[in-house]
Write a protein that binds this ligand. Structure first.
Ligand code: GDP
Ligand code: GDP
Length: 437
């Protein structure tokens, strides 16, 4: 089920990134601690009362070489209006209402998107009267919060959750593999879609364009059904921000949420930049299967080491996604484009794979015998049994004497043993520990 998207909009320095970090909590601390993931993320996943949401800090995205606050804010607001389910409009209690706030309020007001007004820096809750002036912005009750003290975050999330869309019915059947192509502008996403659809064995469904969601492209190959998500969004170019790398990523978020398999398209000619890392990190956090598709391989000057070197570069940059296979292609010459769908099939299968509990426990007890769990202050972690609790992505619950005793490195060891035994190529896997003695 796609997570609802919350976008935070507001002037610089009102505390957006502070609140963003509060909203994604420490659930993703494991990923963040790994080398290769930059800390200044703009997209994260949080959880409130068992409901997951994704959140975007639009402020982290600045117009390159453009210091004009108002223009930046306008673009942020437009993006939030287009992509988010709920907009958190953040203002600063200490600064009061500024002309830039008013300008953004106008834009948001006309959008008809749900807006939650958050007044940050209300550090002393005895002084809640600081929020009254913000009623004049016209978004109903302002919610007092303090990012630095972590106050009011629950109230803020509650106000957002009111506007989360009802769980929508699955748009496509379980048997349909949903694919999203993600990457910076000009890496060749549209060209790749055309190259894939132009393959001999691919039959583009005649319903294309008439399905409930006309922006998607359904097709079939050897009896397997697929849909490429958000094809129209990918082709809809020309808006100012479409050409600005950092902005184009926002649209990708929604496509990732709806997909089973994410094709991370990288321009073989240019290499990798941080923004690629942000978006790949999001796909990882969202639990999607992933494939690195290195495009424009036709223009890369090659010798016998090039492939190996490029592979290594990707592995170094995306340490947290060592499970994702690589395909080197050219949308222009169609070189190896026919390899993409077979790899999609493969990772989709692994993403949905379920391991029987007894088989899993055989592997786990072998692993424990080989490398016994660590002790902490004289107490040893005891793993009683493990079971797979979900697919897409595969998640495993380990029932242990005390979850506190499970260390990151031992979790990694168990993950590696599970991968060594069962594969799970192309998919992240999750491990939870639960107390049960
Ligand atoms: P952004 O530019 O909107 O993302 O703002 P930041 O999150 O970077 O915060 C800007 C500044 O405000 C930083 O110095 C924060 O420490 C400070 N700040 C954030 N939240 C609060 C708060 O609740 N109270 C106070 N007093 N300062 C805060
Ligand atoms: P998108 O913005 O990611 O959808 O990228 P496009 O599909 O629009 O491609 C951007 C540009 O790169 C276009 O001029 C394409 O013709 C070109 N291009 C796409 N794929 C390849 C490729 O494999 N090799 C070469 N040489 N050019 C390509």
């Amino acid at each position: 089920m796609a997570r609802p998207i919350i976008a935070i909009v507001g002037r610089p320095n009102v505390g957006k990134s502070t609140i963003f970090n509060r909203m994604i909590g420490d659930r993703l601390a494991i990923v963040e601690d790994r080398p290769g993931v930059t800390r200044d993320r703009l997209y994260g996943i949080g959880e409130w009362l068992d409901k997951e949401y994704s959140v975007i800090d639009t402020g982290g995205i600045e117009l390159d070489g453009d210091n004009e606050i108002l223009r930046s804010m306008r673009v942020q607001a437009e993006l939030a209006i287009e992509e988010a389910d709920v907009i958190v409009f953040m203002v600063d209690a200490k600064a009061g209402i500024t002309p830039a706030d008013e300008e953004v309020a106008q834009l948001l007001f006309r959008s008809n998107k749900p807006v939650v007004l958050a007044v940050n820096k209300v550090d002393n809750f005895k002084r809640q009267d600081e929020i009254y002036e913000f009623y004049s912005l016209g978004f109903g009750d302002p919610i007092p919060i303090s990012g630095s003290h972590g106050i009011g975050i629950g109230d803020l999330l509650e106000a957002c959750a009111v506007h989360f869309p009802e769980d929508k019915e699955e748009e496509y059947g379980e048997e349909v593999i949903k694919v999203a192509l993600i990457g910076r502008p000009n890496v060749g996403k549209s060209s790749l879609v055309n190259a894939i659809l132009g393959e001999e064995r691919v039959i583009v469904s005649s319903e294309a364009g008439t399905t409930r969601d006309a922006i998607d492209t359904p097709f079939e190959r050897d009896g397997q059904k697929y849909v490429i998500i958000d094809t129209a969004g990918m082709r809809k170019k020309g808006k100012v921000y479409e050409n600005i790398e950092k902005y184009s990523v926002m649209r990708a978020l929604k496509a990732i949420e709806r997909a089973d398999v994410v094709l991370m398209v990288i321009n073989g000619e240019e290499g990798i930049i941080d923004q690629d890392k942000h978006i790949a990190g999001y796909a990882h956090d969202a639990g999607k299967a992933a494939i690195f598709v290195v495009n424009k391989w036709d223009v890369v000057e090659k010798d016998d080491k090039t492939l190996h070197q490029f592979t290594q570069k990707i592995r170094d940059h995306f340490l947290f996604m060592s499970y994702a296979p690589l395909v080197f292609v050219s949308a222009k010459t169609h070189q190896r484009v026919n390899k993409i769908l077979p790899v999609v099939d493969q990772v989709a299968e692994q993403h949905a794979m379920r391991i029987k509990t007894n088989v899993l426990n055989d592997v786990v007890s072998d692993a424990i015998t080989f490398n016994p769990p660590p002790t902490d202050k004289g107490r040893r972690l005891r793993i009683n049994y493990a079971t797979q609790v979900t697919v897409k992505p595969p998640a495993f619950a380990f029932f242990v004497n005390d979850p506190e005793l499970m260390h990151f490195s031992y979790e990694r060891f168990l993950e590696n043993k599970i991968r060594a035994a069962f594969g799970f190529e192309g998919t992240p896997i999750r491990i939870f520990t639960r107390k049960k003695s």
